[in-house]
Write a protein that binds this ligand. Structure first.
Ligand code: CMX
Length: 441
């Protein structure tokens, strides 16, 4: 069977030729207009990045290489007796652009197994941090420590032809993805389980092994990890973690440096850290109200209190989506199937009934609907994973699949260093007065 790398080479060379022709014939076509508000307000709606692995529609949600989440759940290979997709299959799809066979997925799983060894100095580096450090700080520090292993950085230092960049980026990406579950599990066991570690099981799939090394042997938790690692993997290219990885990679920083940068962005509470904030917010609400299952009125009052305090309601809203996030819905379906009577999960569903009309009534929030982070924590708590500060690390392990597959494409397509133009308000004011151009080099 052809290796993943050979298949990627064939696909990316064909895509590269196609893009060259496409640009030759259409390179001068105007794709949109940019308003002054957009450049002051987070570049919302400006199309400025090519990211091949997935595409987001405001109404419909994410599609990975054209496939929605329910379609992935139907079409991607599963673990034996499992019903959730194996994230290795999604990685194959994002990288190669074709649905994998069971054999393809087994090949990816075994490649990742073979590359999963983490050098001791990475564990020593994690151990050098106080156990009070946030798990995301440990995660990013560990990724940086692992940078010593970069094939790309070594090859670049020796001197390589730019046509060959992607090969080293590919090797580093595979190594990094393979090693992340071990690193994540190590952080979890060190911080929360008396530093008692569990060795990997060479017979398990990538997500199943993560669950095992964290100490969760329940088969339905493994299924949850497979679903979790699949739905969090990618959300097109403009979100903070994907965009940062892409941007830093454009300077030819290796995949370890680029991914660590992306993970620093994921650790922000308006992005990936929102998953811990949601559970913290619900726990605080339950404590204040003194009930495990607050009523809709109690939830509404607590939302009002949160807004009055000038805080956001975590897990709600999105910069692009304008409907309920299909990643939320996929987790809700999992909850209905595996844990319909769980009081915390039911509270998440009650919040879903209560919050959108309140946010909508404010008139300023563009999307009052839940995002992926509104649901994930409650499922984890059900299985005993109550240490919510760890949740963003799980998001990060998954996000590696999308942003590193994208990084391989970025280098294979020869994308240049990214460098948009910025302006000052002074220059904008002069321009408005007709006193000169602010655009240009
Ligand atoms: N609760 C309270 N206010 C909110 C809100 C929420 N959930 N979502 C948006 N708003 C507010 C904004 O803060 C902004 O207020 P100001 O005008 O006073 O500054 C206003 O509504 C307009 O914001 P928007 O255009 O609707 O939203 P943005 O595109 O600027 O921001 C997001 C999107 C996700 C950062 C925002 O909805 C938010 O802060 N949500 C809560 C945090 C969260 O769940 N983040 C996770 C997102 C998914 C992920 O990346 O993992």
């Amino acid at each position: 069977m052809e290796s993943l790398k050979e298949r990627f080479k064939v696909k990316s060379e064909a895509a590269s030729t196609e893009i060259k022709t496409l640009l030759k014939e259409n390179g001068n076509k105007i794709i949109g207009e940019v308003t002054l508000s957009q450049i002051y307000q987070g570049m919302r709606g400006i199309t400025g990045i090519v990211s091949e692995t997935s595409l987001l529609d405001a109404q419909e949600g994410i599609r990975f290489r054209g496939y929605s989440i329910p379609e992935l759940q139907e079409k991607l290979p599963k673990a034996q007796n499992g019903s959730e997709p194996l994230p290795e299959g999604l990685f194959f799809l994002m990288l190669i652009g074709e649905l994998p066979t069971q054999e393809d997925v087994e090949m990816v799983t075994s490649v990742l197994q073979r590359r999963s060894h983490v050098p001791n100095h990475v564990f020593d580096t994690i151990d050098a941090l106080p156990t009070t450090a946030h798990p995301m700080t440990m995660f990013v520090t560990a990724i940086m420590a692992l940078q010593t292993e970069s094939n790309f950085a070594r090859a670049y230092a020796k001197g390589i032809n730019k046509k060959d960049y992607w090969e080293y980026i590919f090797e580093d990406s595979m190594d990094l993805i393979a090693r992340l579950p071990r690193i994540a599990a190590y952080i979890y066991r060190r911080k929360y389980k008396n530093n008692e570690h569990i060795q990997p099981n060479g017979l398990l799939d990538w997500a199943g092994n993560l669950a095992h090394m964290m100490g969760y042997e329940d088969e339905s938790f493994r299924e949850l990890m497979r679903l979790y690692m699949t739905i969090h993997a990618d959300h097109e290219g403009g979100n903070v973690s994907a965009h940062t990885t892409h941007l830093v990679g454009s300077a030819l920083s290796d995949p370890y440096l680029s991914f660590a940068a992306g993970m620093n962005g994921l650790a922000g509470p308006l992005h990936g850290l929102a998953n811990q904030e949601v559970i913290k917010w619900i726990f605080e609400m339950r404590e204040e109200i003194g009930s495990e299952k607050p009523t809709p009125q109690q939830i509404a009052d607590y939302v009002q209190k949160t807004l009055t305090a000038g805080k956001v309601v975590p897990g709600y809203g999105h910069a692009v989506l304008r409907k309920t996030d299909p990643r939320f819905t996929a987790q809700m379906e999992f909850g209905k199937k595996h844990l319909p009577d769980d009081p915390l999960v039911q509270t998440v569903w009650n919040i879903y009934e209560t919050v959108p009309p309140i946010l909508q009534s404010l008139g300023k929030i563009k999307n009052p609907w839940p995002n992926v982070d509104a649901h994930s924590g409650a499922l984890l708590v059900h299985y005993g994973l109550v240490e919510y500060e760890f949740y963003t690390v799980l998001f990060g392990v998954s996000r590696a699949l999308g942003v590193l597959a994208s990084l391989c494409w970025d280098r294979a397509l020869g994308f240049p260093i990214e460098r948009p133009k910025s302006v000052t308000t002074e220059s904008v004011k002069s321009w408005l007065k007709g006193e000169g151009e602010i655009w240009g080099d």
